[in-house]
Design a protein around this ligand. Sequence first.
Ligand code: GLU
Length: 293
Amino acid sequence: MNLIPTSLIVTRFAPSPTGRLHPGHAYSALRSHDLARAAGGRFLLRMEDIDPGRSREAFVAGIEEDLGWLGLTWDGPVLRQSTRLDAYRAALDALDAAGLLYPCFCTRADIAAAATAPHGPEGAAYPGTCRALDPATRRERIAAEPHAWRLDMARAAALAGPLRWHDATAGLIEADPRSFGDVVLARKDAPASYHLAVTVDDAWQGVTDVVRGLDLFEATHVHRLLQALLGLPTPRYHHHPLLADAEGRRLAKRAGARTLADLREAGADPVDLVGTLRAGRLPHSFGAMLGGA
Ligand code: GLU
């Protein structure tokens, strides 16, 4: 029987199974794991596998293997976002019923070609082309064309009013989602976008503390807005610095950094690796192994 109180702190690690983990992911997983464990709380693992074009079963298994190699354990079954499509649909329906969504038929090329598109945190903000379509045209085109669903940001932000969220390092933050423009909540090729799925699932899983990299700091403005619109609680946020190599380059898959699987194959000691990562550093002894292509 487990006598440790586990209800106070719930954290999660939520990788997208689109590749193997690298030490930057390990650092994030450790910070999330340690925050929960230090408080006798729960640490959850969630696979953000709703991108059918990029998610792979082999990476799901590989990520679990990588975490096991690091000696990390998680509580309960792994949540797969691909099993949560009804929940995302219900959230979309609620936002639609509130008049906050519209279908968008634009291609990337259409959006890039719109000369007036202002720049937001995720690139060119959507110029609003499909926002003004009349209901009859919408119905006709929905039946005939692939479409995404976008949030009418101005209307949503006005409805929600001023919002705040808390970051462990940055303190109290005024939510400022407007610079994102009309974000996509359901994609043409996926039933929910990252913003929607992450917000719905953090609430559903009772996550009290979201630990993730500073690269997602801005996205939290959008998540805070969605929480308000959907009547969901707001977790505390802990955005941590991204681990960089000796040259200050961020360790990312696309930069060709070595994965944990590569390190393991090269004979790295996971206990040393975890100890150094916990100190917020990259292990010097692994410098050559980590070098990247
Ligand atoms: N699935 C996201 C990623 O792998 C992280 C989501 C989050 O921590 O909010 O980048």
